[in-house]
Write a protein that binds this ligand. Structure first.
Ligand code: FAD
Ligand code: FMN
Ligand code: SF4
Length: 650
């Protein structure tokens, strides 16, 4: 078989190990460990799924080398605990089963360990040690790390690497990026020490150099050591590309593979750069890897919003980097490498860059992805998703993402599926995404679902509005109701005027939108509509009756949106009263009237579920499921997941 991506799928030798292709699963730490930080079967299944998908190597996320001082989250693998070995060995076996190399990230949280405000080791009340003493904005005290602890930590890197090798890992990644310990020592903004670990670049790099030497002593020559380094901290007073180039030259002889990332977990504008938001170009950080590659002799990998195999092929072919690393793209579709290799890229589920995975990890301590209902539930899905031994006639009502996913899964399980959609096209509420540049991933996702549906055995009937009689005549064994939601229209005077558009119509018909725009409703949909129109050069004001914008967005996406909303006019605590042909009259929080001129008013005050249709369709068949927005208007993540599991239940 001839792959379309010969460079991406060519082998490469790192140290004395041959990697089968150029794709590495970037480190992702997960919260579903035991309270002690031991690997669970779910966690192992997650890493195994990535290996099965065809990557050359799978990297376990931040694992702590010195847990007394280094834990930066509640749940991290403590590499200095003897009981972690069996879990590590098991995960290696699971990864190796599919021909992938197991890699593990050796890490230390530095000043953020023991900091309760970010969920450090709250149980043991660890002292936080950074390069220099400081009081964090949270009021928490960071102490200057004494030299004896520096040397203890260096030794623990070696011990951790030796343990990883013993468990069967064939590469270790030293984490010196993203604002953790080694990055803190590198940064002149953080490191104000007067001893041999502070001052010049050489001194600030001493800790890292000694760590790399210790790791090399532990693993021996030829064993691949990967270094995760920033190409730019993007912080005031931090290290920038030119200094990183100097540093990379100093480290070149000590590592086998550089992975060039950037930014930090600490700071809104940094987080959305380290994990590029939907508002940034895919591969926006590749230039950093390319610049480092110019000055080192060892291979370099890049990371950040990479998923498109064509783009990855171009990166390797043009010599910008030797390997690509992906985190979220493989949560969204662990099979990405296999699909690309077999020239089936159009079936890759794209990552939406919606940050739901982070929200799940940080706030719920689970793994979950908007577009991949299996991730985080791998074990349960393998046992139940097999072909049904009792095929049924299934009617799916609604062709939005929920209905499409349900029909695809039910058909894949061998049921006879018919999907009816009232309008003349599939996509439901996602149709708007085709018109919004930063929703390209969402549009691609909708297209992937359409294609899968077309290729499935399910019958699709457009322009077919289902009612009670329809179901009674068809007599399906099982009914999936996925009829979605419709925009809520507030009862204010003038709302039916010609100068008022619904958000969905405004996005799909940009020519109908005037220059001066008021968005009525500052929820997620209103804010994103505002951002899109602002980017198109419109004069936009958001009017929101609540005190804050987008309470329905997850915290991480809100960070990204807030940066985009910075220059957009916002009137919070402000309520629309009536609309005329010149604009909208509102009242502010004091009850004073303010008139905002506008050519177009866009109504984005929320959606209401199609409860009437649901009520008409239930209790006709013995088996029925209500899924997605018609249950309660939410997002793709719930529509897709509820659809998938309903189809598994049939
Ligand atoms: C403007 C806008 C922007 C959004 N942006 C995002 C975003 O960026 N990210 C995100 O995750 N979510 C977003 N959402 C929410 C997301 O689109 C919904 O959560 C998701 O589409 C719900 O899927 P669903 O299949 O349940 O319903 P829908 O997508 O609403 O689909 C329901 C379908 O059922 C059909 N139907 C209704 N009645 C019948 C009937 N009687 N017979 C046959 N067919 C019928 C409808 O025509 C429709 O096609 C957005 C929503 C809107 C309105
Ligand atoms: C759920 C999740 C957990 C992550 N955990 C880690 C981690 O433990 N260590 C690390 O260096 N990076 C971690 N990252 C960052 C990724 O390795 C990667 O650098 C970043 O997400 C950008 O790549 P992407 O756009 O392909 O997701 C994590 C990312 C995600 C999505
Ligand atoms: S949850 Fe969203 S950002 Fe995270 S991997 Fe899935 S689609 Fe991508």
């Amino acid at each position: 078989m001839k792959t379309q991506y010969p460079h991406l799928f060519s082998p490469i030798k790192i140290g004395n190990i041959t990697f089968k292709n150029r794709i590495i699963a970037a480190p992702t730490s997960l919260m579903n460990l035991t309270a002690e930080g031991y690997l669970t079967p779910e966690n192992i299944a997650y890493y195994e799924l990535k290996a099965k998908g065809g990557v050359a190597a799978v990297t376990l996320g931040e694992s702590i080398v010195h847990s007394k001082t280094g834990k930066s989250h509640d749940q991290q693998i403590p590499l200095d605990d003897p009981h972690v070995l069996s879990g590590l060995s098991s995960v290696v076996k699971a990864i190796n089963r599919h021909g992938a190399i197991a890699n593990i990230e050796l890490s230390h949280g530095g000043k953020f360990a023991g900091i309760t405000s970010i969920g450090g080791d709250v149980i043991n009340d660890t002292v936080a040690y950074g390069p220099s003493e400081e009081i964090l904005p949270s009021g928490e005290h960071v102490y200057e790390m004494p030299k004896e602890i520096i040397y203890e930590i260096i030794e623990s890197y070696g011990k951790a690497a030796a343990k990883a090798k013993r468990a069967g890992f064939e590469m270790v990644m030293v984490h010196a990026a993203h604002g953790w310990l080694l990055n803190q020592f590198l940064s002149p903004a953080e490191n104000r020490r007067k001893d041999e670990f502070g001052g010049s670049l050489e001194n600030r790099a001493r800790f890292l150099m000694l760590v790399l030497d210790e790791v090399r002593n532990a693993v021996g020559p030829g064993f691949p050591i990967q270094l995760r380094l920033n190409g730019d901290d993007f912080t005031k007073g931090g290290i920038h590309l030119e200094d990183y180039k100097e540093l990379a030259k100093m480290l070149d002889s000590k590592v086998d593979l550089f992975n060039i990332s950037c930014g930090s977990h600490d700071g809104e504008n940094l987080f959305v750069r380290t994990h590029p938001s939907m508002f940034l170009e895919r591969g926006c950080n590749v230039y950093l890897a390319a610049a480092i590659k110019e000055v080192v002799t060892k291979p370099v990998s890049c990371v950040g919003a990479l998923y498109n195999p064509e783009q990855c092929e171009e990166i390797i072919a043009s010599g910008k980097a030797d390997m690509v690393e992906m985190a979220r793209a493989l949560l969204a579709d662990p099979d990405l490498p296999n699909k690309a290799y077999t020239n089936n890229s159009s079936d890759i589920t794209p990552c939406l860059r919606c940050y739901v995975c982070f929200e799940n990890a940080v706030n719920k301590h689970i793994i979950g992805c908007s577009v991949n209902p299996v991730i985080g539930n791998e074990e349960a899905c393998t046992s139940i998703s097999s072909i049904s031994n009792k095929p049924k006639n299934v009617l799916v009502v609604g062709g939005g993402p929920g209905g499409m996913q349900a029909a695809i899964t039910a058909a894949t399980r061998g049921h006879n599926v018919t999907l009816c959609e009232a309008s003349n096209s599939l996509g439901g509420s996602l149709k708007f995404a085709a018109y919004v540049p930063f929703k390209k991933d969402l549009y691609d996702f909708e297209q992937v679902l359409e294609k899968r549906l077309k290729n499935s055995s399910a019958k699709v009937l457009l322009n077919t509005k289902v009612n009670k009689e329809y179901v009674e005549n068809l007599k399906p064994d099982a009914l999936i109701i996925a009829v979605g939601a419709t925009p809520f229209i507030p009862p204010i005077k003038g709302i039916q005027n010609e100068n008022v558009l619904l958000a969905l119509d405004a996005e799909s018909n940009p020519s109908k939108v005037g220059q001066k725009v008021v968005i009525l409703g500052g929820g997620l949909v209103g804010c994103e509509t505002a951002i899109n129109l602002y980017k198109e050069g419109k004069d936009v004001t958001i009017v929101e009756m609540r005190s804050s914008l987008a309470p329905d967005a997850n915290d991480f996406h809100k960070m990204a949106m807030n940066m985009e909303l910075e220059n957009i006019k916002k009137e919070t605590n402000t309520t629309g009263k009536y609309i005329d042909n010149k604009g909208i009259m509102c009242t502010d929080e004091k009850g004073d009237e303010i008139f905002i001129e506008a050519d177009t008013i866009i109504c984005a005050v929320g959606l209401k579920p199609c409860t009437d249709v649901v009520e008409e369709l239930i209790n006709i068949t013995s088996e029925y499921y209500i899924i997605g927005d018609c249950k309660r208007p939410r997002q793709v993540t719930q529509a897709v997941s509820e659809a998938y599991y309903a189809a598994l239940d049939i």
